[in-house]
Design a protein around this ligand. Structure first.
Ligand code: E4P
Length: 217
């Protein structure tokens, strides 16, 4: 299972990278705005800065919502760095652009996916990643994890190679449940990765080991 961090914050990305378990980064226009990164050139430079920190795939989202605009913007983003994955919204033009980029050998991530039908279309269009947003489904009292399970079943039925990127992950249990279901990737905040470390028995046990060592040394 790949771990992506879902942020545009460079120090958090560097922190996760330092742990040695990071496989990539997802961003979106809201995450960029949260870091105060505005303007097309600044945003592009920020993507390059992210690629300099991590070794894996970095999703960069197009702003255009028409096919021609997505193609132009997607090419510009892909040209920034070999690690860039073109992130496209799950609308008709996004599916068409996904098909185009998959034929060009450019990686894609279909975002804002909330149903199994949308995920089926993404796979048919040759998406590298599909991003079902589990946290936002949970927010409206719909089982986000069930969507991951449905997509897993459909993709396995037909051998689709599109990777299921569980997005809008909010906490460690989302990560663990996604791993149990078989999501290929999860993207979440730094806390959802660091939280996996924590267990009180680990802390108590380590304290005891060190205390016993100190007694004899
Ligand atoms: C996915 O790529 C999105 O950036 C993201 O996971 C959205 O998560 P949110 O629902 O916490 O905003």
């Amino acid at each position: 299972m790949k771990f992506f961090i879902d942020t545009a914050n460079l120090s958090q990305i560097a922190e996760a990278q330092k742990m040695g378990v990071l496989d990539g980064v997802t961003t979106n226009p809201s995450l960029m705005a949260k870091e105060g990164i505005t303007g097309a050139e600044n945003i592009k430079n920020h993507y390059k800065a992210i690629c300099d920190i991590v070794d894996g795939e970095v999703s960069a989202e197009v702003i255009a919502t028409d096919y021609e605009g997505m193609i132009k913007e997607g090419h510009e983003l892909a040209a920034l760095h070999p690690q860039i994955v073109v992130k496209l919204p799950m609308i008709k033009a996004g599916i068409q652009a996904c098909k185009y980029f998959s034929q060009q050998g450019i990686k894609t991530n279909l975002t804002l996916v909330f149903s199994a039908g949308q995920a089926l279309l993404a796979a048919k269009a040759g998406a590298t990643f599909v991003s079902p947003f589990i946290g936002r489904l949970d927010d409206i009292s719909t089982d986000g994890l069930n969507l991951i399970a449905e997509i897993r079943q459909i993709y396995d039925n037909y051998g689709f190679e599109t990777q299921i990127l569980a997005a809008s992950v909010r906490h460690t249990m989302h990560v663990i449940d996604c791993a149990k279901i078989g999501a290929d990737v999860m993207t979440g905040p730094l806390s959802s990765i660091e939280g996996l470390l924590k267990h009180p028995l680990t802390d108590i046990g380590l304290e005891q080991f060190l205390a016993d060592y100190r007694k004899g040394n």
